[in-house]
Design a protein around this ligand. Structure first.
Ligand code: COA
Length: 335
């Protein structure tokens, strides 16, 4: 059996920086509240009318990743695109990437697993590589949150947390048994689906009825989050799934060289860091700059950690995520 390893990465975030101070002019909130609860100082939001979307940002990140891997678009065998904010209800963003990058008619798959999206997408790609079906897979996580947020005080509990951005990785076939993805671990618990959700637009709401109602007060188009409930589940699931991955590989928390937690909330990452007694050098966070970019967060953080020289060959790198669904997962890699 082959092994798979990341051979190139890239990320893209919109230029437009939205600070906590900027938000406090749109809604009743404050820099102190946001920083104290989440650690976020600023996030990037697409400027309305700029034409940027989840697919366009994903394409920009993908071009960088392909280039860094020393490949061309024609070397890519398959696309996996993770997002909760696709450009269209259907088809998914994966086929848009195939078109935007002018790729051959390779397969494209969209993953709908929210904050765990990139971890799920990487795991899917890993299976295709390990079985020998494909050699190079383009894995993208991209989110365009800002166009779907309630930017009034009514939405403040959710809106201040989320940012836009994209990241991409090339997962390639390798024959080096000591490097690459060692294992991935995926979970879900659908009974909590409504604790973090955007319910509409959905066919379950009967489209003719939605159009007839045309109700500006219909909050089902905006994200709903039971923040405290999500927080409690996140801290226990993050810990569980990291330990599950380490145990599977006969490793301990002391073996972790770099933990890249999904950037949900700095407090969650700090809780895990403390619980596992990890130093600041063993955990990478950038939520302060970007907020929670959902399916993009893990790959943007991994790209930045690598480009800042914080990951070197032979390091044990752990990716972990938790989010809406609930879904959660981890990927254990030897870099
Ligand atoms: N600015 C100011 N006040 C705000 C606010 C904001 N942006 N958002 C909410 N509040 C208010 C609430 O209305 C509430 O006021 P009240 O006590 O008068 O009713 C008060 O602040 C406390 O709200 P609460 O929701 O209990 O705050 P919290 O301490 O639980 O923090 C989160 C809220 C969202 C930061 C926190 O629950 C969290 O991070 N949850 C997990 C989120 C997450 O990880 N989501 C992604 C999953 S992948």
């Amino acid at each position: 059996m082959y092994t798979s390893r990341i051979t190139g990465m890239g990320h893209f975030v919109p230029d437009n920086i939205v600070t906590n101070e900027n938000l406090s002019k749109m809604m009743d909130t404050s820099d102190a509240w946001i920083q104290e609860r989440t650690g976020i100082k600023e996030r990037r939001w697409i400027v309305e009318g700029s034409g940027e979307t989840a697919a366009t940002m994903g394409a920009k990140a993908a071009r960088i990743a392909i280039n860094k891997a020393g490949l061309t678009k024609d070397d890519i065998d398959f696309i996996v695109f993770a997002t909760l904010s696709p450009d269209m209800f259907f088809p998914g963003c994966g086929v848009q990437i195939q078109d935007m990058l002018d790729m051959p008619t390779i397969g494209a798959l969209d993953v709908r697993n929210q904050c765990s999206g990139f971890v799920y997408a990487l795991s899917v790609a890993d299976q295709f590589i390990k079985t020998g079906m494909y050699k190079n897979i383009l894995v993208i996580g991209s989110e365009f949150h800002s166009g779907g947020l309630d930017k009034t005080t009514r939405g403040r509990g959710v809106t201040v947390i989320f940012g836009d951005g994209a990241g991409a990785a090339i997962l390639s076939r390798s024959e080096d048994e000591n490097r690459g993805i060692l294992s991935s671990h995926l979970h879900s618990e659908g009974k909590h689906a409504r604790e973090l959700t955007v319910e509409a637009p959905s066919i379950a709401h009967w489209v003719p009825q939605i159009m007839e109602d045309n109700d500006p007060d219909d909050e089902s188009y905006y994200p709903y989050m039971n923040g405290t409930f999500v927080f409690k589940h996140a801290i226990s699931r993050f810990s569980e799934v990291i330990l599950e991955g380490l145990e599977k590989n006969n490793l301990q928390t002391t073996d972790i060289d770099m933990l890249i937690p999904h950037q949900a909330n700095l407090r969650i990452a700090q809780f895990i860091q403390k619980k596992f007694k990890l130093s600041d050098d063993q955990v990478f966070n950038n939520i302060m700059k970007y907020g929670n970019t959902t399916a993009a967060s893990v790959i943007i953080a991994l790209t930045e950690a690598f480009s800042e020289g914080k990951i070197k060959e032979g390091d044990l790198v752990v990716l972990a995520a938790f989010g809406s669904g609930f879904t959660w997962g981890s990927v254990i890699m030897r870099w």
